[in-house]
Design a protein around this ligand. Sequence first.
Ligand code: LLP
Length: 423
Amino acid sequence: MPSMIRRVKGELYVEGISLANIAKEFSTPCYVYSKKAIEENYLSYVEALESQSHLVCYAVKSNSNIAVLQLLSSLGAGFDVVSIGELERVLLAGGDPKKVVFSGLAKTEEEMSRALAVGIHCFNVESQSELFLLNKTAKMMSLSAPVSIRVNPDVDAKTHPYISTGLKEDKFGIEIDKAIEVYLRAAQMPNINIIGVDCHIGSQITEIEPFRDALKRLISLVDKLSESGIKINHLDIGGGVGVRYQNETVLSVSDYINELLPLLKGRSETLLLEPGRSITANAGVLLTKVQYLKHSETKDFAVVDAAMNDMLRPSLYGAWMDIQPILSRDELIESAYDVVGPVCESGDFLGKDRDLKIKEGDYLCLFSAGSYGFVMSSNYNSRPRSAEIMVSEEKAYIIRKRETLSDLVRGEKLIGNDHDFKN
Ligand code: LLP
């Protein structure tokens, strides 16, 4: 259990507030984040990198609520975005465009123009075609586009195949062996300004070797580029370390950085990182209410009011996330429950075979839900998306209102006489 979330006399608290009170006041399902945990997690990178020129660009995709971005921006964070939507969120939250890197393999001309207009730090370019379009777009705007090429270093991140990105067969980046060729071509483009080398090998990585191998390969590429007269200012090593969901042995941020720094000794490049999960995952929980307990011959089910549309990770990746009652009930008999949601799919579950002492109406807390939680939620089964709450000490702030039923049909239209199609 992360330190900002504690059990006091049988009751779960985030910072100074009881989660039972939050559930009652704001209803469920509802995401709750600890401001202090986000701050501490971000600062653990900054502190470990004190002796190294660096830029920590929080991966907005992991939790893009503008209050979260505002908090990180106030601490000096940069941002890694993958769409114009994420870029606009950063700007709305007061983020500094000069500290923004733009990743993603399908950037459109519209996205490029907007990012060029606001003056982002760097485009992480993933293909030759993207490079051509960026050069053309920058030319039309009489600007120069700062660029890193995202190389695919072909290292095995030893993580879930859906979130491994640095193997030859993955769709991301440019094969490292072909990278020099692409850099040489980029160097000929009048509206491209080469400033970095980038990679991202995957997410939820719990071992140092894949990161170390990737950084070594980037450094050797930078040295080869330098021989060809191409100077690189920064090395971007991609996402951060994996987090503990169950009982995994994970790398601490300081151990991770301390393992990488010797490779950069005596070098002048700035180290750029794009951590997401390690900043927000364990700073957040999802609260849900037990609607019904249902017993069949072979199974006990706890039917709760949160579903795969609220938290997709267990259904999509088979991810294990801890589930505990908000109030301990030692008087009840423990049963092994499948904790399932109301969505009409058998794949809709939050956890399986969980030993719980619960009764109908109880609240449950799903841990490590601050990253890839709300951001992956949907309206499937016409379910309004949940509220998001930020706790700071004894105060709770609504940072996203629960959607209403009218939000569900916003923008939809019945077919009538007046129609929008033009032939
Ligand atoms: N940079 C790039 C280019 C990325 O694609 C990602 C994550 C990150 C940074 C941040 O990585 P992190 O520090 O969070 O490990 N939905 C999945 C995770 C997908 C990760 C996608 N890329 C999940 O729930 O596990």
